[in-house]
Design a binder for this molecule. Structure first.
Ligand code: SAM
Length: 221
């Protein structure tokens, strides 16, 4: 693979259609400053989420896996002023940094950051009869992706778009003998997605500034 070329082209696309402002740049910097991993989505992926959100007129958004809120900020900027992004993060340190980045970006009114395990908080949202979400972005721990997706379906309506990140894992999904639980998690998820009658879905490979990977895009039938 020509990673150098992919990175250059990603930069070219990002310069054209997804330039970062100072808040997004500072959010990325905040991860280094707080010794957090640089595993946010890329600017071009942030813009891709925004375009998909606009296509489905997303007003209510749910995210699993906030990290420093880089993707959250991209998404919150694509909802109307009376919209809401609920984002769920397990690690309190990540949540603390995310909360500061959200405040700096002036998005505290649009973003509701909840700290806890995605599985628990999804069940809480369902039990609380939360209104359905228009757009759901799953980007937390990989082993329970199948369960996250099933719970997300209970928080959806026909037309809800559900996007799941990191499901190709540098092509490791092809390895039937893997014992990497993240790879096994996405293999199980991809099979479920392919045969789930509740959605129409596809999977796209992603190359660029980050490792070779992929995202699934599903629309609820
Ligand atoms: N969406 C972020 C972005 O693009 O800016 C990146 C999210 S990062 C890939 C995954 C995040 O999920 C980490 O911050 C991690 O702490 C969090 N996480 C891991 N397990 C979790 C769980 N069980 N529930 C909620 N969050 C979890």
């Amino acid at each position: 693979m020509n990673q150098q070329l992919f990175e250059k082209v990603d930069q070219y696309i990002s310069n054209l259609v997804a330039p970062e402002d100072s808040f997004l740049q500072e959010t990325i910097q905040s991860l280094d400053d707080a010794s957090m991993p640089q595993i946010s989505i890329t600017p071009t992926q942030g813009k891709f989420l925004q375009v998909m959100m606009l296509m489905c007129k997303a007003k209510r958004v749910l995210e699993l896996g906030t990290l420093g809120a880089y993707s959250t900020i991209w998404m919150a900027r694509a909802i109307p002023s009376d919209g809401k992004v609920i984002t769920i993060e397990y690690d309190p340190h990540h949540a603390d940094i995310a909360s500061r980045n959200i405040a700096k970006a002036g998005l505290s009114d649009q973003i509701d950051l909840r700290v806890g395990k995605a599985m628990d908080l999804l069940k809480e949202l369902i039990a609380a009869n939360e209104d359905p979400f228009d757009f759901i972005f799953i980007d937390a721990d990989k082993p329970p992706y199948t369960e996250y997706f099933e719970l997300a379906l209970k928080l959806s309506h026909p037309g809800t778009v559900i996007v799941c990140d990191n499901i190709i894992r540098e092509g490791k999904v092809l390895d039937e003998n893997t014992n990497d639980e993240r790879v096994m998690g996405v293999q199980r998820f991809n099979k479920m997605l392919a045969s789930n009658p509740k959605v129409t879905a596809t999977i796209m490979q992603t190359v660029g500034a980050k490792e070779y990977d992929g995202m699934s895009i599903a629309v609820v039938n």
